[in-house]
Design a protein around this ligand. Structure first.
Ligand SMILES: [Zn+2]
Length: 427
């Protein structure tokens, strides 16, 4: 009898302590941007308190509840999470209450496999090819293009013309084919290089959906009458920066979450920030990737943002994202021969990001890094305005998966593919 008591005494608290330790480690290493959450998230020995804007405790999660929270936030949507937490407050769930919540969690991520299947059969991967502009009018609105004369003195007609949306889309299509060849089920947030996530061009969205969308947002009080009037009459450029950019990003993450992916890739191509307004080459080139995290106290005032923060705190998403991102950056570095960025290599890395232990991987509270409810990598493989990259990226000398593309983009796609394959293989 004595022996039983000793085993019970040591094992149970130790198991809880491990969970609290993991949460605290995630909080310190990934989530708490420059200690700005120290007054709103308080870790005690067996409980985590979350404080409201007035400093009052509004939510308590106890050590015994962490396993339930991890599973609940892994497998439920925003609405269910909001409802659970509203009713929880500072109460501690009994074992019976915890068990009854567990019963209603629908795990659609467990994959049963047999030896005859392709290696990624049963796994879902969501891919977001960033941006949408593939003509100068759209790309100028979005500010995601390069267009300049290479050498105005000796060669005034020879210009650099690159649209980031086309680069991300080609990369995404190749990555999709590589993953599908191994049996994965892959979704892209948009179907064509010049499409937004509403699967039409920005101009067609304005023509066919703008009024309908603004009307419905006004009806449910998500925009004010004043903002509604302004957006009805403003230029396409203002409409993009004051409304459509965030609206499109919210739609991208909603589509990805509906797909319930095991892993996600968000594909972008970077520029040298010091080369603004990007009318000439830069000699610099760095590779990097972002994952979720780096929250400030203000971020937690928004209910949706707060739920995303809690998911990142309770689940393994941010640890798993670091694994995929670390491998992706290592592949970019190896295949493309680009150095991984250090925090001192760009102002946004210093001012808005937390460094991780993985070279070139940074926590950044970008909308998609925060909202997509799966392990993810947000890749910025190279600088498009680099003197060598720009020339390589302009080429269409490679026929692959039905695309006229180039070796650089194929290597970028391959880098994402190998990192995702490795991660899913060990899922
Ligand atoms: Zn981009």
């Amino acid at each position: 009898m004595k022996k039983f008591v000793i085993v019970f005494y040591f094992l149970v608290p130790f198991a809880f302590a491990q969970n609290m330790k993991q949460c605290k480690h995630r909080f310190d290493s990934y989530l708490n941007f420059k200690n700005s959450l120290n007054k709103v998230v308080i870790f005690e020995k067996d409980v985590i308190y979350f404080l409201d804007a007035n400093g009052n405790k509004e939510l308590a999660i106890y050590a015994e509840e962490l396993k339930l929270m991890a599973s609940f936030f892994e497998h439920t949507n925003f609405k269910k999470q909001e409802a659970l937490l509203k009713n929880k407050g500072l109460k501690k769930f009994s074992k019976r209450q915890r068990d009854s919540i567990f019963i209603f969690i629908d795990d659609r991520k467990t994959v049963s496999r047999n030896l005859h299947q392709l290696p990624l059969q049963g796994y879902r991967v969501a891919i977001d090819p960033g941006h949408f502009g593939t003509n100068l009018a759209d790309a100028q609105i979005e500010q995601k293009y390069l267009y300049f004369v290479k050498d105005s003195l000796t060669n005034p007609n020879d210009s650099i013309k690159l649209f980031e949306s086309l680069l991300t889309f080609h990369t995404a299509k190749m990555l999709q084919s590589m993953l599908e060849e191994k049996g994965a089920n892959v979704m892209l947030t948009r179907d064509q290089a010049n499409f937004t996530s509403f699967n039409c061009t920005y101009q067609d969205w304005i023509k066919n959906y703008k009024i309908r969308s603004l009307d419905s947002l006004l009806r449910i009080d998500l925009i004010s009458k004043e903002k509604y009037n302004k957006l009805q009459n403003c230029s396409d450029y203002i409409l993009f920066w004051e409304f459509f950019r965030d609206y499109d990003l919210a739609n991208r993450s909603a589509k990805m979450n509906k797909f319930n992916p095991h892993a996600s890739a968000i594909i972008h191509f970077n520029v040298d920030e010091k080369n603004d307004p990007w009318k000439k080459f830069t000699t610099k080139n760095f590779t990097m990737a972002f994952i979720g995290g780096a929250f400030t106290a203000d971020n937690l005032n928004n209910p949706e943002s707060k739920l995303n923060f809690l998911r990142l705190l309770f689940t393994q998403h941010v640890n798993q994202s670091e694994k995929i991102a670390k491998q992706t950056v290592a592949n970019f570095h190896k295949k493309l021969s680009i150095p991984a960025a250090k925090q001192s290599d760009a102002d946004y890395l210093l001012n808005s990001c937390l460094s991780t232990h993985s070279s070139g991987v940074f926590c950044r509270n970008l909308a998609l890094c925060r909202r997509i409810a799966s392990p993810l990598v947000y890749g910025e493989s190279l600088y498009q305005d680099n003197e060598k990259e720009a020339l390589e990226l302009m080429k269409s000398d490679l026929d692959l998966y039905g695309l006229k593309t180039n070796t650089r983009l194929m290597q970028v796609a391959r880098s994402y593919y190998e990192a995702l394959f490795d991660f899913l293989k060990h899922y």
